[in-house]
Design a protein around this ligand. Sequence first.
Ligand code: KG4
Ligand code: ZN
Length: 352
Amino acid sequence: MIVLGIETSCDETAAAVVDNTKRVRSNVLLSQNDEHRDYGGIVPEIAARAHLEHIDCLILKAMSEANVDFSDLDGVAATAGPGLIGGVLVGTVTGKSISAVHNLPFMAVNHLEGHALTVRLTNGIEFPYLLLLVSGGHSQILAVEGVGRYRRFGTTVDDAVGEAFDKTSKMLGLGFPGGPAVEKAAKSGNPERFDLPRPLEGKPGCNFSLSGLKTAVRKTCEALPEGPLRREDVADLAASFQAAVAAIVVDRTANAMDRFVSGYGTGRTFVAAGGVAANGTLRNALEDLATDRDMLFAAPPPPLCTDNAAMIAWAGLERLRLGLTDPLDFRPRPRWPLDPSAPPAIGAGVKA
Ligand code: KG4
Ligand code: ZN
């Protein structure tokens, strides 16, 4: 079984071909960082136009690198939400067109499900598992019971973890995208120099709050001597911020682990996924926590944590195997929660 995947929900235009032996036959990606850099963040209209300009070429590249023809495919999957609707439309219309022309099943994939199932492609993890999904638009902890079966334990009440990295990066003058820049700067910094807040630490539940930390970073910047920030201050603040994020995430995840083990039993896997799961400090802290709680730890390799199309092709393949295909009039969804029955977090700001 061979599936083509298309991803266009944010600022990465991507196409990939994956098969049921878990071989990623091709995985191509074009980042729009240069287009958005001057704005310090993603501009939806620019993103949509860039997707439109590059998607055809990228699909052909993915097909040729995988050495397959459209007639070799068993299905085509495209991210159909959640995300920036202009980009999502470009990807779904392209996927539907290929499906119509080549008479292939079409799978409308939830981007979050792509992140959630990647670890089954890369590490062969079995259901059920506990998932921390941390990206630019989402921060959630979920029990993954099966394809399309998610139970949300917690989410952010304000900013997503990736958003906090991106805003901190901007405040520190480290540019865009923020996560990798903050991680790099933090390498030479002292994580203990600034005592930053850890909202909700020690409180029951699995919800996150990051906005107080973001405000504290801004106030710390303002309290430093006027003029451009010194290299050492930037490194120390990046390291202190990263340490605070790790502490917050570990604290929230520890509560989720207790809840997961009491509902699903011991010997299970804890999975970290989404762009922020590419962060080395966070991965190490989470791995230690999992070991402490007698859980196995798994996370996709960093390039498959951040947005890519292999995860969409794989989620599509998992759905195709179960007969979960979609009609060509499927309407893309700017918002699309993995667990629609989950109550909204207090304070809203819930992006899915
Ligand atoms: O999953 P993703 O590529 O896109 C979304 O679905 O949002 O996640 C992007 C987010 C951005 O906020 C980016 O700054 C963050 O993931 N990120 C990181 C790292 N690499 C990407 N955050 C911390 N450390 C990293 N190494
Ligand atoms: Zn993502």
